[in-house]
Every structure is written in C-alpha cells, then in structure tokens.
Write a protein of this length. Structure first.
Length: 211
C-alpha cells in the first residue's frame, strides 16, 4: 500500500525491532526493547517518548503505538515514518506540521487540531476521530478506511487520491475541498456537507477502486 512514488529514504524503520518479551510479536516501543504493554515501567517509557515529541522538531522512525498524548502542542513539526497506532490523542495541536508515511490506525483522536498540516501517504484506518479539525490541509494519498469520523471538519483541504472506504461520517464538513480521485464509499453517512467541493470527481463505487 502507498508504494507509488516513494523515496527509499522515506521508508519507516521502526518496524524492524520486536518486543523481546517471550511470545510477543508486537513492535518495541520507542527507546525500549519491549512493547508498551510489556515495558518494565510504561509511565517512564511514555514520558521519555513524549519528551522526544515535545523537544524535537524532526521526529523520525518512532514506534509510539499505544501512547497517550493529552494536551500537547506538537505544531510545526515534521514526522516521518512514525506509528501512533492504537494511541489515545486528545486536545493536542498538530497545526502546521507535516507527516510522511505515518500511521494512526486504530487511534482515538479527540478534540485535536491538524489544520494547515501536510500529510502524505498516511493512514488513519479504523481510527475514531471526534471533534477534530483537518482544515486548510494537504491530505494526499491518505487512508481513512474504516474510520469513524464525527463532529470534524476538513474544510478547504486538498484530499487528492485519499480513501474513505467503509468509514462512518457523521456531522462533519468537507466544504470547499479538492476531492479529485477521492474514494468516498462510506458504510454510514449522516449530516455531512460537501458544499462547493468537486464531488463530480469522487469515485463512489468499488468497481473503480484499482483503475
């Protein structure tokens, strides 16, 4: 997935380290030889990873799966090859940040601000996104497949070649968006506005998924 046009320098490296705990197949958490569930001191591991996020401007190749991020300012940062899979992220700012090949699959994202962000080849598959903003952003080749998106806004964003397949959309806005080659095939859609967006260029059936 997401192979076309990728530079070798952008391929994430976090996936090569596995948890050393017996019979565990999970990836090792950032800065540790164990996953977060088997860490000797999960709170210390999360605190150390949080310092990496808040003190650095370029964050690369970190496995932060399962981390809890509450009330942080992570704006104006560059994330490359990072995993936030299964994370709990609330009241956190990602404004004006860029993301390349980052994964938020299964994450709980609530009251977060991704506005004016630049995200390419990222995945939010199966994530729960509530009361969050992705306005005025470049969201290119991103996947929101199976995500539950509610009370959120994507207004004035470029969503070129992104996918919203079998997701749930409710009380959310996609006003004045570029929807060229967007795969919009939700399993549920209620009170969603696409006003002034080019919905004629949306792909709305699975038959054309790989064309």
């Amino acid at each position: 997935m997401f192979r076309t046009g990728l530079s070798c320098s952008l391929v994430p490296m976090y996936g090569f380290a596995r948890c050393t705990c017996f019979d565990c197949t999970s990836l090792a958490f950032a800065g540790s030889d164990r996953c977060l569930a088997h860490a000797h001191d999960p709170a210390s591991a999360i605190a150390a990873a949080t310092r990496l996020l808040t003190e650095g401007s370029d964050i690369k190749d970190l496995n932060l799966a399962g981390i809890s991020l509450i009330g942080l300012d992570l704006s104006n940062r560059r994330f490359v090859g990072c995993s936030f899979m299964g994370a709990t992220i609330r009241n956190t700012l990602f404004t004006d940040s860029s993301f390349r090949i980052c994964f938020f699959d299964g994450a709980e994202i609530e009251s977060c601000d991704f506005s004016a962000s630049d995200a390419q080849f990222c995945s939010f598959g199966g994530a729960q996104i509530l009361n969050s903003s992705f306005e005025n952003s470049e969201l290119l080749h991103c996947s929101f497949d199976g995500a539950i998106i509610s009370e959120s806004t994507f207004n004035s964003s470029n969503l070129y070649n992104s996918r919203f397949i079998r997701c749930e959309l409710e009380n959310s806005d996609f006003v004045n968006c570029d929807l060229k080659r967007v795969y919009l095939i939700p399993s549920k859609q209620n009170n969603v506005s696409f006003k002034n967006s080019n919905t004629a260029e949306v792909i709305s059936d699975l038959e054309h998924l790989y064309q």
